[in-house]
Each structure stands twice: as C-alpha cells, then as structure tokens.
Write a protein that binds this ligand. Structure first.
Ligand code: ZN
Length: 630
C-alpha cells in the first residue's frame, strides 16, 4: 500500500510528521537521494564485481572480501557475518547512530531538510552560535598559517620540527600570532557575543574584566570529532612564555575524556585495519601519520579513559597499540592504560619506545622498519602489567610480593571477560608461583590483603582446620557472608551459643550488632575490611578452602571424627546447597547447625555426672519438641 495515495493515511502521516515522527515518505526520500555505493565507498574500499561491488567487511575481520553492495537494490550484505541492510542501517551500524541520527546524517549529506527531525532536535541558538564561532576561529587560524611568509617564526618552527606540508594539510594546522585580542576582535566584529566566544573556549576573562584570546603565539591543532566538526583547539607555544601545550577547556562540545585527537584523520584507516595506535601528544599522532601509520590518534593531554576506549570500539578497532614514551612517566601511563584496556574487551599491546624517546624523536633516529619491529614485538596488556609488577617485586620481601599479588587480583576482578580473566590469573599464578586454585578462590571473593597471619607465599594452601561437628557452623557463617540477605532469617533462628567454636560465635555476635539493612548492604568482598578484627577468619571463610584435617590433637574428646569419604560427601552436600541464595538452603544450614548442636550437647552429657545428665537430657528433649518447626 502506498501511504500517500490514501487520504486517511496521508493525513495520519502528516500528523505524525508534525509530532516529530519520521514518515515512510521521508525515509524513502532520503534513501532515494543517497547512493549506497558512494556512501559505503567512503568507509570500505569497493571494487566492481559483476553487477555489484565487493569489499572487505567493516563489521567483521576478513582477508577475502565477502561484503557485497548492490547499486540496483541499494543495499549491502556480508556473506561472512550476515550483516545486511540499506544505507540507513549501514550508517547506524558504522557510526553507532540511533535511527534518527542516521537519518539526519544522511539528510544533511544529501541536502534534504526533514521537518520531523529538525523540529525534534533543533540546534539551539547557543549551539549553532558556538559551532559558527569555532568555524570562524578555525578559518582565522588556518589563514594565518597559509599567509605567513616563508621566513616567519611559525614556518621556522615547523621546519625545525620537520612537520611536512601534507600532514599540515591533513590535520589542518593553524597559527596565531602574539597579539592578545586578535581573535576576540575579529569575532566581535563578526557579531559573535562574548559569552558565546567564552563558551566556545576561545577567549578568557582577564583580572580587570576584559577578555583576551586563550591562544597566543602558538601553532594551532584543531580538534575535530569523527565527522570532522571542530570541537576546540590546542596550541603549541612557539616561545617559552606559557605552558608548552595548551589544551582546550572543557565545553559543551569538547569533553576531553572521550575525545581522541586525529580521530577524523585516522578513522578510515582504523576502520580498514580494525586497529588503532594511541599516543599521548598531538605531534606524536601527526608524526605517525607522516610515517604512514595513519591509524594513530592521541589522547588530548589527559590519561586514557573508558570513554576513549568506547570511541575506539565504535570505530571498529578490535586491537589497539598503546605507544608511550620510554621515560618514567610514560611507563606509568602505559601501565594505567593497559589496565583499562584489560578491563574492557579490546585487545591492547604496549609499545615502550627505547632510550626515553617520544614518537616524534623516535623517527628522527629510527626508520619505519624499526618501528614495525617494535609493533610486532609489543607485549599484550596483561603480559605487560604482570611483567612490570613482577619486575618490581623481584628480590623483595614476602610482604611486598603479597601486595603485588593482591594488586593483580584486584585487576583480575575488574576484567569483564571471563576468559580474559582466566588467562590473566593463569599468568599471575605461574609467574608468581602460586597455586592456581587458591588464586581463583581469592579472586572470586575479593581481596586477600586482610590475611595477616599467613601470606600467600609462605602458605600457598590456605586452609582452616576444623572438625566434622564444626562443619555446620562454618558453612552457615560462609553463607551469611556470601549471601548477606541471609541475616534476617538467621537472626530469628540462630543464637550466639548455637556456635561451639569461640571464634565463630564471636564473629556471629559481631554480625548481629549490625542492623539487617546495614548488613545486607555489605558485599562479600567488603567483609574482611569491615570486620577488620576478624579479617583472617573471614578471608578463610570466603576462600571456601575448608579442609577436614581429622580430630585436632588439642581436643581430648573429639566426637566428630569421620572418614575422608564421609567428609567429601558431606562437603558435596553443602556445596550443592550453597551455590546460590534461597531460604530453603539457609534453613537447611540452620537445621544442620541446630541438629549438630544438640547432638554434641547430648554427647557432652554422657561424660557429665549422672544426675546432672539425666535432668539435662529431659530438658533437651523438651526443647527439641519446641524447635520442631525449624
Ligand atoms: Zn561481515
């Protein structure tokens, strides 16, 4: 059915358009205006193949092309991963846009005005003012550089830094002279209000109330988003007056934590290779582009963040090289960044440049082949982190090593991907020569730092010795820690003297001092620190490595000895009950504890004087009748 032919539907359509919905007509209008081959060709290298075009799929990694674009049907399909769709779908996928964003993008590209869209997401006056202001500043900076004479300070600087003309063009570098209000005056003359100039991050208020240009006597680096829109400017000082590099201030447009310098210039290469190189400085990124690594981007004067990683992922980077200066600060930054990548599901490899060089200096001394070798030899983030940590602890005492292992475990606990976490822990275990299962247990339940009496190194098998009759109380406490929501029901049913072990009853007493709400808000891994006086015991309980060691020598009358097989099956029975929280499991544990408690009381009585025994047995059997409901 054609919507526009039926008057009723046509009215409905218009109404929906007015309300900001996209009508089928508008969608068709946009799709008709877009040439899908040209559009996709901007992202993927396409070659004619019969009636269609063929290229490497931007949505999955492949070596032989299976990504087909059909001009006749104006759609695409990948025979490798199954992705298919029209131009809108393609833009949504590749730019990580919502439906409407993709429509707007395509409409802008083909010069179509869409009522519904522009009504729904109008660019505010301020917003468009800022954009125009930035654009004006961009033209001003660019013009200054192209107009500057060959022997001028800026060109001398550029020659000294050996920045080639093609990359100046690619990165659209600019220049501003030493004056205080050149840009400000220009923008005022162009009817841009001072507040707009300030919001755009271009001018600053002086102490006497006047405004002056933020950038003076600097080489200018325009920072653009992935679509090439100018977000702000950074500047390299030509003299020695101010800070060497001036980064743009945070504005509505420019949020430094998520912005990568060079992302517009690098995006095609990143998409093509599904890989990126992240460097620290503006000139580092430029230098790499010049040396034909055009997938290089830079964090703009900040440490790498999760937002940066997300931006790289959106561009389709599956693997990232982190390139850092070989000095102390560079290596420290490399470690932090590698950790961040490890926590996210993007592979990263760390490249530390030799001799404390930065990328810019590196290429003055070494060639492209050397750099390629460096990339090939780069260690994966997890290897790098463990090697660095191991290197620091070599030849140190056990306490220091213990701390290092704890740090590694905390990193492991932040790794989202389970397989990655496993691989990481395997390497930690083998490098630090620790029993793998212990490491797993610690990692599962949090820090091991509170373990004071036994370090991971000198006691690789952290175990707690207890007797069979104590199993119920140990298991109940474990359950209380691993499932804090158990507290209410336990409080109602279990008394402090239901525990026979002094340490366990003291711990339980401590638990009961908290309100239910307070207790439930605790996470299992927080227990050792929250109840710091019990941290050793709690850590033992958390590790689940409770092992039956037979009757202890110190106890004369042990009633709980059991054969190994009996113990194993008992343990198993508990494990089955304990894996997740349910009232039923909790009541199972409470009943076990109560039953064990009574049995041991009765057993005790056999050794008590006869008269006392008889009266207590009667009391006990009455009590048991009362408790039968449990
Ligand atoms: Zn594919």
């Amino acid at each position: 059915m054609n919507f526009s032919r039926s008057p009723g539907l046509r009215r409905l359509n218009l109404m929906l358009e007015k309300m900001g919905f996209i009508s089928k007509d508008q969608k068709e209008q946009i799709l008709n205006a877009v040439d899908i081959v040209q559009l996709i060709g901007g992202y993927v290298q396409l070659k004619p193949s019969g009636k269609n075009f063929l290229g490497l799929c931007p949505f999955h990694q492949e070596k032989t092309p299976s990504f087909t674009v059909s001009p006749a049907y104006q759609n695409y399909k990948c025979y490798g991963c199954g992705e298919y769709g029209d131009a809108i779908r393609f833009i949504m996928e590749i730019e990580n846009f919502q439906f409407k964003e993709a429509l707007q993008y395509l409409a802008d590209k083909s010069g179509i005005e869409i009522k519904g869209l522009s009504q729904r997401k109008p660019e505010s006056d301020t917003q468009s003012g800022i954009n125009q202001c930035l654009r004006r500043a961009f033209d001003f900076y660019r013009g200054n550089l192209t107009k500057a004479s060959a022997g001028s300070a800026i060109w001398k600087y550029i020659e000294g830094r050996q920045i080639s003309k093609p990359v100046i063009e690619t990165f659209q570098l600019g220049y501003v002279g030493p004056g205080w209000t050149q840009l400000h005056d220009l923008l005022k003359a162009g009817k841009f209000d001072t507040p707009i100039q300030e919001t755009a991050g271009l001018v600053k208020k002086g102490e006497k109330g006047g405004y002056y240009d933020r950038m003076r006597d600097r080489l200018i680096f325009p920072i653009r988003d992935v679509q090439g829109r100018v977000l702000g400017f950074a500047g390299r000082d030509l003299g020695i007056k101010g800070p060497k590099y001036l980064n743009p201030p945070e504005t509505d447009l420019y949020k430094k934590s998520g912005i990568l310098y060079g992302v517009f210039e690098a995006r095609d290469e990143i998409r093509k290779n599904r890989s990126a190189i992240v460097v620290e400085g503006y000139l580092d990124a430029i230098r790499l582009h010049e040396q034909s690594w055009s997938e290089a981007v830079a964090t703009c004067g900040t440490a790498l963040t999760n937002d940066h990683i997300r931006a790289l992922k959106r561009l389709g980077a599956d693997s990232v090289f982190l390139l850092f200066d070989g000095d102390k600060a560079g290596i420290a930054a490399a470690e932090k960044s590698a950790e961040l990548f490890l926590e996210n599901d993007v592979d990263s490899r760390v490249v530390i440049l030799p001799e404390g060089l930065d990328p810019d200096d590196y290429f003055k001394k070494y060639g492209q082949d050397d750099f390629k070798t460096l990339l090939d030899q780069a260690r994966y983030d997890y290897e790098f982190i463990i090697d660095r940590t191991k290197g620091r602890t070599d030849g140190t005492g056990i306490e220091f090593q213990k701390k290092a292992v704890n740090d590694m475990i905390q990193i492991a606990n932040r790794i989202q991907d389970q397989i990655k976490k496993e691989l990481f822990l395997s390497k930690v275990a083998s490098d630090f020569r620790i029993d793998r299962s212990n490491l797993n247990q610690i990692a599962k339940f949090g820090k091991s730092r509170p373990v004071r009496s036994s370090t991971v190194q000198n006691s690789p098998n952290i175990t707690i010795s207890f007797e069979k009759r104590e199993l119920p109380e140990v298991k109940l406490l474990q359950y209380l820690i691993t499932h804090p929501q158990s507290i209410t029901l336990t409080r109602e049913n279990v008394k402090i003297d239901d525990f026979s072990r002094k340490d366990l009853s003291r711990l339980y007493t401590r638990f009961l001092e908290l309100s239910d709400d307070e207790y439930v808000s605790l996470k299992p891994q927080e227990f050792p620190e929250f109840f710091v006086e019990f941290n050793t015991l709690i850590t033992y309980l958390l590790q689940y490595q409770i092992e039956y060691k037979g009757p202890s020598v110190s106890r004369k009358r042990d009633s709980g000895s059991a054969s190994d097989t009996e113990m194993v099956s008992l343990q198993q029975e508990y494990e089955n009950q304990l894996s997740s929280f349910s009232e039923q499991s909790l009541m199972f544990l409470i009943r076990r504890l109560k039953k064990r408690r009574k049995t041991s009381e009765i057993e005790k009585l056999y050794h008590a004087p006869r008269d006392q025994a008889r009266s207590t047995v009667i009391q006990l059997s009455n009590k048991r009748k009362r408790n039968i409901s449990i």
